[in-house]
Design a protein around this ligand. Structure first.
Ligand code: GTP
Ligand code: ZN
Length: 294
């Protein structure tokens, strides 16, 4: 058996990068039986079935350091959450959902706002003023005017990063600016001509020329948080952290209707952005309603 890493998965095939090249692999049936799906980013052991045609079988999957469900990817340490300031209009509820999922995996999170060349109503500053006080780095980028591409590069260098965000925000364009080899790797020319634009259809990991790995992932337009418990949600709003223990009911406080809630006080004092608190309550209600349905 040889070791490698799954860098792409399409239609039941896993493409495993190893020291002796790229192998197209099937997964052992045992994984399906145990309800384990190999993920892009997984470190695996494969047996070679056909060396000439580079075909193999995934035999073992190493324990995952991190595992994101949406987009599905394993063993990344950082998430660059990409939204555009305009075209498409940024939906902060979706941004908050992604943050929750990434915080649950303890990923480092950086928010990238693209298309700042179109920003005629200060959307960048507005979003930054909500998320920066929470502790998130917010970087404004223009692929068109090649602005702040180097700042994004710094975030990628020597990390394993997932690019996630809605469709059309410029994730692939940004990766093209970052590493000129990216286009060669993704460029499905016939597809591009047919559809007039490049659309990412599956997650794929790329090695960056300056060190590090990055996964471009298909855009998503909604995210549900069904598998999160209502009581846990507050832990994924990191700006609540300093106040959680000061509530009258301590860690049992869900910061909604409880008396003497330090989080609610912090919102009133402006120490926690109101937008984030409102978003928290909205997600909390959603999770609870979802639970009641089952
Ligand atoms: N004005 C402006 N347009 C941009 C910028 N970045 C990307 N675009 C345009 O936005 C559109 C979508 O860009 P993509 O890079 O395909 O977006 P994506 O996020 O990869 O989309 P999916 O693959 O569908 O997830 C293209 O028409 C780009 O030319 C930018 O910084 N400024
Ligand atoms: Zn509270």
């Amino acid at each position: 058996m040889i070791e490698g890493r799954i860098i792409k998965g399409i239609g039941g095939f896993y493409y495993v990068d190893t020291e002796s090249g790229l192998y197209e692999c099937r997964a052992r049936g045992i994984f399906r039986k145990n309800k384990i799906t190999p993920l892009v980013g997984d470190f695996v052991k494969i047996s070679i079935v056909d060396e000439e045609n580079k075909k193999g079988v995934v035999e073992e999957i190493a324990e995952r350091e991190t595992e994101l469900v949406r987009p599905p990817i394993a063993n990344v340490n950082k998430a660059l959450i990409v939204f555009a300031v305009k075209n498409p209009t940024p939906h902060l509820s979706l941004l908050d959902r992604f943050i929750v999922l990434a915080e649950r995996e303890n990923l480092e999170i950086v928010i990238i706002l693209t298309k700042i060349d179109l920003d005629d109503d200060n959307t960048f500053e507005k979003i930054k003023s909500i998320y920066e006080p929470c502790g998130y780095k917010v970087i404004g980028v223009s692929n068109l005017e090649k602005k702040n591409i180097d700042k994004v590069k710094e975030e990628l260098k020597d990390n394993t990063v997932v690019f996630a965000g809605p469709s059309g925000v410029g994730k692939s364009s940004l990766l093209n600016e970052i590493d000129s080899n990216f286009q060669l790797k993704t460029g499905d020319v016939s597809d591009k001509i047919k559809r007039g634009k490049h659309t990412t259809r599956h997650a794929e990991l790329f090695e960056l020329e300056f060190g590090g790995m990055v996964a471009d992932t298909p855009g998503f337009s909604s995210l549900t948080l069904d598998d999160i418990e209502d009581i846990d949600l507050k832990d994924y709003f990191i700006e609540f952290e300093d106040f959680n223990d000061e509530c009258k009911f301590g860690s049992r406080c869900i910061h909604q209707n409880e008396p003497r809630c330090a989080v609610k006080e912090a919102v009133e004092n402006g120490d926690i952005p109101k937008e984030r608190y409102d978003s928290y309550i909205q997600l909390l209600n959603e999770i609870r309603q979802g639970k009641r349905r089952y």
